[in-house]
Design a protein around this ligand. Structure first.
Ligand SMILES: [Fe+2]
Length: 217
């Protein structure tokens, strides 16, 4: 039987293949635009029944609103930063579509991905401060988001110390945060346990096709 107890004196070459990237940033200007954007979403929510479930009813980026124009600019900059990080620096073009989510007490989003998109993301417009009830069966914080290891079942033999052993990565972004990720990545939103609403604007990034996208294969 062998035992791994000591770090070897030599260093082999390791390569992280196919990393999963999550972009997170605090948007400058959130305080300036948050109130009018919350007003906009609440008005839309009153005018459209089941707006969060039927999210394709309104493309929020088609609205003429200074806060939406600001958010669109922030999203474009974030997408550019993501593409730069992964080496897609050849003038790639994309389009953005978006929708609002208003989660009331108990609302959640079951695990899903965003089919037919390249990147997906969320701007956290309003996050409730804390839970109004004690969670009984979930360790996840109220209204948090979880991302799941795309290597299905890879965690079944994970042992202590293995950094990739947790199949679920959970975080609770603050109001003003924007997150961006690969659309194929399965994620879920945990139940909002606060009487206050959780309001977000989610979006999909679709690439505009050009022959350049194929590159040399
Ligand atoms: Fe989603």
């Amino acid at each position: 039987m062998s035992t791994a107890a000591n770090t070897p004196a030599w260093t082999p070459e390791f390569k992280d293949l196919w990393p999963t990237l999550l972009l997170r940033r605090r948007l400058p200007g959130h305080e300036e635009h948050a109130d009018t954007l919350v007003e906009l979403v609440e008005k839309m929510d009153r005018e459209h029944e089941q707006l969060t479930a039927r999210f394709q009813a309104v493309d929020i980026f088609g609205l003429d609103h200074p806060g939406i124009a600001w958010l669109r600019k922030c999203i474009d900059e974030s997408v550019q930063a993501y593409f730069h990080r992964v080496g897609m620096d050849y003038g790639i073009k994309w389009s953005v579509s978006g929708w609002s989510n208003t989660n009331r007490f108990g609302d959640y989003h079951a695990p899903h991905n965003h089919a037919w998109s390249y990147l997906s993301g969320t701007y956290y417009l309003k996050m409730p401060e804390e839970s109004d009830v004690e969670p009984r069966q979930s360790r996840a914080p109220s209204a948090a988001i979880s991302f799941y290891d795309p290597r299905a079942a890879a965690s079944m033999l994970a042992v202590a110390g293995e950094t990739l052993g947790n199949y679920e990565f959970t975080l609770r972004p603050e109001a003003g945060n924007l997150m961006l990720w690969d659309s194929a990545l399965t994620h879920s939103v945990h139940a909002n346990l606060s009487r206050e609403t959780r309001i977000t604007i989610s979006f999909n990034i679709s690439l505009t096709w050009t022959e350049q996208n194929l590159g040399e294969r």
